[in-house]
Design a protein around this ligand. Structure first.
Ligand SMILES: Nc1ncnc2c1ncn2[C@@H]1O[C@H](COP(=O)(O)OP(=O)(O)OP(=O)(O)O)[C@@H](O)[C@H]1O
Length: 254
């Protein structure tokens, strides 16, 4: 459903653009429908740059991104409006994705209004239903983002993303800011969504235990390149690349 082919991004800056950073270098991989695909690599390896290109927030320097047979690199603004319904994000800092002066009800009504979702039931009933799925009751609706916990905010962000019935959910460190007990809750929620709605996920995490627990396949990114891809068993059980071996052994020592 998602095919990344020879994707590269070079940032240029400085006078005459003479300072260059090759953030993503000739990256290729595929994510199948309903699959949870992990992406690991140290800070600065190019993970965020890659997801920003998939989400249409950044133009690649070269290469192709194909989603459900559509070339995302060439999509125009109108096409992106539809595509954003199908490709949703869950970020590390959920509170930042909400408008600080709008309450939870408004945050959840936003996608419903923007995409004119199912008109068979009222907006209120839709919001009740979507928040109940993530364990948020009606007495929280009037609260503002700063009045809820990080875990609650992440559950609401996930509910909001799922309300659009996306085919792909890009989870960029979705649990790294949360307490361990809350982390488990969020992971269970994402796994349930994957099982029930068959939503595919690109799952980025520094936490290798999390990757191992939720993903079927994983890619290892190092200095802008994917140095190794395989099933969790292959990569964790029998790493081939030196960098992967280093990453895994550093993890064992913690
Ligand atoms: N707007 C930009 N202009 C210039 N260089 C950038 C820009 N954004 C990122 N970079 C550089 O590109 C490289 C990849 O950065 P990126 O943020 O994609 O890595 P990352 O793996 O997501 O890191 P982290 O895990 O810390 O978020 C880094 O060397 C970074 O300094």
């Amino acid at each position: 459903m998602l095919e990344i082919s020879h994707l590269s991004k070079t940032y240029t800056s400085g006078f005459l653009g003479n300072r260059r950073v090759d953030a993503v270098k000739d990256v290729s991989f595929q994510i199948h429908s309903g699959e949870i695909f992990g992406l690991i690599g140290e800070s600065g390896s190019g993970k965020t740059t890659l997801t920003r290109m998939i989400g249409g927030f950044l133009k690649p320097s070269s290469g192709e991104i194909t989603f459900e047979g559509k070339n995302l690199v060439k999509a125009n603004a109108r096409e992106w409006h539809q595509l954003r319904q199908q490709i949703q994000f869950v970020f590390q800092h959920p509170q930042l994705t909400f408008h600080p002066r709008r309450n939870i009800y408004f945050a959840c009504a936003e996608p419903i209004r923007l995409y004119h979702l199912d008109r068979h039931i009222s907006e209120k009933d839709m919001i009740r239903h979507m928040l109940r799925r993530v364990g948020i009751s009606e007495d929280q609706w009037h609260k503002y983002p700063h009045e809820i916990s990080g875990g609650q905010a992440q559950r609401i962000a996930i509910a909001r993303a799922l309300s659009l019935n996306p085919k792909l959910l890009i989870c960029d460190e979705p649990t790294s800011m949360l307490d361990v007990s809350v982390q488990a809750q969020i992971l269970r929620l994402l796994l349930r969504a994957n099982e029930k709605y068959h939503v595919a996920m690109l799952f980025i995490s520094h936490d290798l235990d999390v990757i191992r627990a939720v993903c079927q396949r994983v890619a290892v990114m190092h200095k802008g390149e994917i140095v190794e891809t395989g099933t969790i068993e292959e990569v964790f059980g029998n790493p081939k690349h030196e960098y992967t071996k280093k990453l895994l052994s550093a993890h064992m020592e913690v």
